[in-house]
Design a protein around this ligand. Sequence first.
Ligand code: BDP
Length: 696
Amino acid sequence: NDGYNLWLDYQPLPNSTLQNDVSELLSGVYFFGENPTYEVIKKELNRAAESWIGNTPSFRQERLQSATFYLGTRQEFSQVLSLDQQAEIKALGEDGFWTGPVEIDGKSYFSIIGNTPIGVLYGTFHWIKTVQSKTFNKNSIHSDSPKVKVRMLNHWDNLDRTVERGYAGFSIWDWHRLPGYVDPRYIDYARANASIGINAVSLTNVNANALILTTDFMKKVKVLADIFRPYGIKVFLTARFSAPIQIGGLETADPLNDQVRDFWKEKTAEIYSYIPDFGGFLVKANSEGQPGPHEYGRNHAEGANMLAEALAPHGGLLIWRAFVYSFQEDQDRHKQANFEFEPLDGKFRDNVIIQIKNGAIDFQPREPFHPLFGAINQTNVGMEFQITQEYLGQATQLVFLAPMWEEVLQTNIYRPKPSTTVASLLEGTETNQDLTLMAGVSNIGTDRNWTGHLFGQANWYAFGKLAWNPDANSADIAEEWIKLTFGQKPMVVSKIEEMMLDSHEAAVDYMTPLGLHHIMGRSHHYGPGPWVMGGRADWTAPYYHQADSLGIGFDRTSTGSDALSQYAQEIQEVWSNPNEIPEKYLLWFHHLPWDFKLKDGHTLWEGIAYHYDRGVKEVRAMQQTWDSLKPELDPEEFEHVRQLLNIQEEEAEWWRNACLLYFQTFSKRPFPSDIEQPEGDLEYYKSLMFPNAPGI
Ligand code: BDP
């Protein structure tokens, strides 16, 4: 098994009641209507049925012609549903679905009902999953609906097929051969996304190339949009703010200039003439060299609103990123997005969403939530997670990200209400925000298994699940994915689940324990680089760890940068005290002496050493667990992960040795005697170069 089929790897059903029930249903499938999405559902049912029972389903033309299994929308079903049933289903909203038995003339028909064909598709994927995981019961009712409206992948794919921070090969978008050649992968990509509820994709890098907005490219994008449409997926593009100059022949991109505004209106109308349901633009502006409104003395709202105005007549969205840190460079980078966006709260158009990274720095192995969440409550806000593991072991390491995302989502942020969590804010319930968004930076590439590391698939899967329901639980998600990927055996499921659920904490331990951050190798971010110096201060590692002979950590309290003051009062009170702040954030907010006492009685120096050491041991435990599963697993999958875990162990040791030897030059203290003594020579670790590290 090479992993290509992802979690949609349908397997034969054993002889059982389940097999009988499924065979019976598939012997008479009736759709209440016709549309391209139902064609897609039929194909999926064909595929599933062939694997499950070695037979294709029988699709009926007439309902009364011995049909056993019904699919359709609430409206299509209206003749056979009671008013109460209809009201119940209607309440599930556009993308919601209902599955269960419908009684007609004393007979019961298993049915999948949505409010839209896409809801029916989601219901079908749910049903398929229950069969796959052998929990299907034809008499039980299930309904579900997403809590977030736009559930989106952000590809950081360049037009030459390189991928920024991509570790699974090249971009799956073959721009050169589009529009003439349609790679079947596009369809499998759409199926996979639809199966986990993803309904939007931005195709191109946020470090944008204006060429994507030219007519030639529009024809290519149209092909993808046409493929994705029946799967309920809308296409977005990244818009380079200077496009009016680069492809429009203008001399300025000033958002208040009439010609510039006309350029965007015409460009947008042209896109809609090819793609009538185009999603909109995603924009990175005035950040890391990307052009933006500041060049013309305008602010982010003026920039965003100009594009939003062009999109509004067509129903398009403008997603504007809050990842900016050049406004007041002498200030802690942590504070800059709030500096720029708080004064603009309420000034953005209704069809603008501000897309905020989970933390204020940059997708670190662990970050406290971004203080912009809860600080701007009259503006639509959305989440940006990173699925690709830029700072989390890239594609050589097994790190299940759902626990990290869950930790952020479940944080109580106290604004605007005392009970607000990041999740509830994103769901829109706290601020009556209708237009809600969860975006994830994709980890997908041309590798046969899509994500480079087989367990990268779990992160794609988990992202979809959390975008659908930000209150979902990472253990449930892991279990579901494992069953669909490795089968049902309880021992296999529980062992793999334990590995996955421990993997994030392990990575934090051997990379950046106790709130350390941004100490990775320069630019490729692969491996440790706590010594990295040169260039902009906030691109160096000492800026973040601040190690000196007295101690370590970034003081973000009122005696330091005071970034903490950007959080709610309730949080400031706890986090400003080094004895009360959760230790996982300790050095994120405090500069503390090497002998500071941790909760377990160890000194800070000892604690750092124990965490690094534990991280390595945790990886070794993962290796042992995996090895013990050999007889139970597909040989190809087993060997793939086994080799990668060996690399992960070496990398964990590398992290531990390099960081501890480096920090020891400041602490001047011995390592605790009961840890594996970091060996090697610091100069050796510093000399390592990775000119071919991927994804820069
Ligand atoms: C950082 C990446 C950089 C991205 C940037 C962004 O290192 O490649 O362009 O974020 O989000 O994580 O725009």
